[in-house]
Ligand binder design. Structure first.
Ligand SMILES: [Ca+2]
Ligand SMILES: [Ca+2]
Ligand SMILES: [Ca+2]
Length: 170
């Protein structure tokens, strides 16, 4: 079972510079450079935990999202350097790149859907089933049933036409 893809996948998705839905490692390098400029708002080549949290809130959707300050701060000196940031982001790219071809396609970026509880949420299968049978019936609650009958009758008529046609060929 693969680990769920985190919000960092969103970040790589928008690094698709030529909009071909594939994020090449070259595109990621450019994108990661740009992200560092967002992180290092003071342009002192260092990011504090506060800088990372501010960046994460905007770029990852949550200040506590992963990768966080601790995951970036490889040497644990409490500050994140440009290299630490970029190395970690490249590592994140490699983790997402499941087939190791140095590009991220959408299937490598999609978030795994939350597991739905077993049971009849929102009416379950039945409401979907009845909605679908109403599809061809047009407006009106009882249309579905009548349409189904009408279609059956029509099919029967078509069948006998077909039978007559095939009888005529004899
Ligand atoms: Ca691309
Ligand atoms: Ca550090
Ligand atoms: Ca790949």
């Amino acid at each position: 079972m693969s680990a769920p893809t985190g919000p960092v996948a969103l970040l790589f998705a928008i690094m698709d510079h030529d909009f071909d839905r594939v994020v090449l490692s070259d595109e990621a390098v450019v994108g990661i450079d740009a992200e560092w400029l967002r992180v290092d708002s003071g342009e002192d080549q260092l990011a504090t935990a506060h800088d990372i949290a501010d960046w994460a809130e905007i770029s990852l959707g949550q200040a506590i999202a992963l990768p966080n300050h601790m995951s970036f701060d490889f040497d644990l000196d409490d500050e994140v350097t440009e290299n630490e940031f970029k190395d970690r982001m490249r590592h994140e790219f490699d983790k997402l790149d499941k087939n190791d071809d140095k590009q991220l396609i959408r299937s490598e970026l999609v978030l795994e859907p939350p597991v739905r509880p077993v049971g009849r949420a929102f009416g379950g299968q039945d409401s979907w089933g009845s909605d679908r049978s109403k599809g061809g019936g047009g407006p009106g609650g009882r249309g579905g049933g009548r349409t189904a009958v009408a279609v059956a009758v029509k099919d029967q008529a078509a069948d006998s036409m077909g039978l007559m046609a095939s009888l005529q060929t004899f």
